[in-house]
Design a protein. Structure first.
Length: 196
């Protein structure tokens, strides 16, 4: 029987969605060459201007807002713990209902690092969330895979990835467009009861 008390949520990735990525062309992180990374200091944190109002709009739709973020860089020695704590204080102040962080590195084989859905499953248990009627938002393929593997609708915040990723339901330019798409989808749901 369907549990009517279950709540619905939007799971939201952090870097590249809530705050800007930091451009570091050709830098080596744990044996992988990358172009963009998470901020490695509080000074580098730049929250997108439209983030706060977009999160507020999602909250008005009666959806819980959960941050689900991989943060392996402390373990890799790239981000001091105190800087991370300062960054997360600003992020939490944006109005998230809860925050789930995987601190594990690529070789630790944990169950929480996206693309694995461990953080979504933990949130669902803790908050009684109906995952099949919830959303996952992110700017990487692993975000889409984590969301899809537990039945969420997925929103990809990236123009360049949409050709190589087939695990998304919607594409958005930024968090503001995410809020607009979800608003529209919720209106459709209210009208005919279907979750698109
Ligand atoms: Mg990201
Ligand atoms: Zn983990």
């Amino acid at each position: 029987m369907r549990d009517k008390c279950r709540k619905r949520a939007v799971f939201i990735d952090r870097d590249g969605v809530i705050n800007k990525l930091v451009h570091r062309p050709g830098i080596d992180v744990c044996g992988r060459r990358i172009c963009y990374s998470a901020p490695w200091s509080y000074r580098e944190l730049e929250i997108y201007q439209e983030t706060k109002s977009s999160l507020d709009a999602l909250g008005r739709l009666n959806l819980l807002k959960f941050l689900v973020t991989n943060q392996p860089d402390i373990g890799y020695g790239l981000l001091p713990r105190e800087e991370h704590n300062k960054i997360m204080a600003d992020i939490f102040a944006l109005g998230f209902d809860d925050i789930f962080i995987c601190f594990h590195g690529r070789h630790e084989n944990c169950n929480c690092k996206k693309p694995k859905p461990g953080m979504l499953i933990e949130a669902a248990r803790k908050w009684n969330i109906d995952l099949g009627n919830s959303y996952m938002v992110g700017d990487s393929v692993s975000d889409m895979e984590a969301g899809k593997s537990v039945g969420c609708k997925t929103l990809l915040v990236s123009d360049s990835l949409k050709t190589i990723c087939n695990k998304y339901d919607f594409v958005a330019k930024n968090i503001l467009e995410v809020a607009r798409i979800i608003e529209k989808n919720e209106r459709r749901k209210r009208n005919d009861g279907n979750f698109y």
